[in-house]
Ligand binder design. Structure first.
Ligand code: ATP
Ligand code: MG
Length: 418
């Protein structure tokens, strides 16, 4: 993509109404547009990042047997009345709307009820389970506060998977598989080394759940980490009883600030019981399947990556989520040879299947470099009079700042492993 044709542009000043680093940087770099508090539009660069995050999550969910669906945002209150969760005092983040003849509808904040109800149509025998069903879909939550940029918004993309197993043992095995898939997702997203599987409270369904907490001062949670085992415990459940159960000792644990990027939850038979989902086992007995739910917020993850990896010059994207692999910067000025060589390099890289943002704009070198640093594409390639005289291109790693001159003849090989 040619930067001269990108309709967005960077801005020097951070927006004054944003206090979070992730939103400030993403707005300055032209990745997102703020519609209102807690509501953001994805612009081309941000859209590419979310699509990459989506791809990573989809690959890992498919690898553990997930089947993808896309459920509706408008929901039937009757299902929520069955589970006892329609009342605003039970779920305080509800958005609701009303049809013209007066019927109330729910605007989805989660999908346990809706999916359990659908499955009454398809699950009746032990041969029909296990079933692992997920979607990547918009959720609406009337959050009280929206001060964390794209990490806590009122409208956001969530991957939510729901598991249905015949018994608790089957559920447990899948739950562990999914926990491992989550760690792979966060590793691929570049935050694996600062993300901890964290023992947390289970809300109303189960005594416990596992959160995936990423260390950042911008986080809203406090956790305690045992470095030896790599285990962590949320402050909400940091009691002597819990520590004893987990075999952890207070003396060995350090306190840290963190944000929840994902959450996996045992649900037991609560929703199948409420909505009437049963299967017949081998001996002809009717039973309720064991259920679990598994969420990741895509915008939350994107914002967390920004909080953790960006530096004083701007964004720093890990390879797999970067909007482009290479930021090609042409410093042609009025020199048509340099412009032609930059075009050649653009074509050569693009032909190799490498995704390139080509800064072909008529702008000063300083401005182009500052923008490249702000946008944060992992590899910057410069073509200039100087690099041509030296017989190659200049390649700089955004993260480390290390620069090398790659001779023209070596360019194809240099990028062949991307
Ligand atoms: P939190 O405790 O942060 O309010 P939650 O426990 O209500 O989140 P879940 O219902 O478990 O969240 O949702 C699954 C995932 O969706 C969370 O782990 C998080 O990544 C993401 N998420 C939840 N609420 C939001 C939000 N308001 N904005 C963006 N992402 C969110
Ligand atoms: Mg939570």
């Amino acid at each position: 993509m040619r930067q001269s044709q990108l309709f967005t542009r960077t801005r020097k000043e951070a927006p004054t109404d944003e206090i979070s680093k992730n939103a400030q940087l993403l707005i300055r770099a032209g990745f997102i547009y703020k519609e209102m508090a807690g509501v953001y539009t994805l612009l081309p660069l941000g859209f590419r990042v979310i699509k990459n995050i989506e791809r990573i999550i989809r690959e890992e969910m498919n690898a553990i047997g997930g089947q993808e669906v896309l459920m509706t945002t408008l929901q039937d209150p009757k299902l929520w009345e069955k589970s006892g969760r329609w009342d605003d005092s039970v779920i305080d983040v509800w958005f609701k709307t009303t049809l013209r003849q007066g019927t109330e509808l729910g605007i989805a904040n989660t999908h346990e009820e809706a999916l359990t109800n659908i499955l009454r149509e398809y699950i009746s025998s032990h041969r029909d389970i296990p079933a692992y069903i997920y979607q990547i879909q918009t959720k609406f939550r009337n959050e009280l506060r929206a001060k964390s940029g794209i990490m806590r918004t009122r409208e956001f993309q969530m991957k939510d998977l729901y598991s249905f197993n015949a018994d608790e043992a089957g559920f447990r095995a899948f739950y562990e598989q999914c926990a491992q898939a989550y760690m792979r997702i966060f590793a691929r997203a570049g935050i694996g080394d600062v993300t901890y599987r964290t023992f947390a409270s289970g809300g109303s369904f189960s005594p416990f759940s596992d959160e995936f907490q990423t260390l950042t001062e911008a986080g809203e949670d406090t956790i305690y980490i045992d470095d030896a085992s790599g285990r962590a415990v949320n402050k909400e459940v940091y009691t002597d009883d819990v520590l004893a159960e987990l075999g952890l000792s207070k003396d060995a644990m350090r306190e840290a600030r963190s944000i929840e990027v994902g959450n996996i939850f045992p649900l037991g038979t609560r929703f199948p019981e409420a909505l009437g989902l049963m299967y017949t086992d081998e001996s002809g007995e009717k039973k309720f399947p064991y259920m679990g739910s598994y969420g990741i917020g895509l915008g939350r993850l994107m914002g967390t990556i920004v909080e953790v990896l960006s530096d004083d010059k701007g964004l720093v994207w890990p390879h797999e989520v970067a909007p482009f692999a290479v930021h090609l910067v042409s410093l042609a000025g009025n020199n048509s040879d340099v412009a032609a060589e930059a075009e050649n390099t653009y074509n050569a890289l693009t032909e190799r299947g490498i995704e390139v943002l080509f800064d072909d704009r008529d702008a000063r070198a300083g401005e182009k470099f500052a923008d490249a640093d702000l946008i944060g594409i992992p590899t910057r390639v410069v073509v200039s009079e100087k690099t041509i005289a030296a017989g190659g291109i200049e390649v700089t790693d955004r993260k480390t700042g290390s620069t090398e001159l790659v001779p023209e003849s070596a360019v194809p090989d240099y990028f062949s492993n991307d």
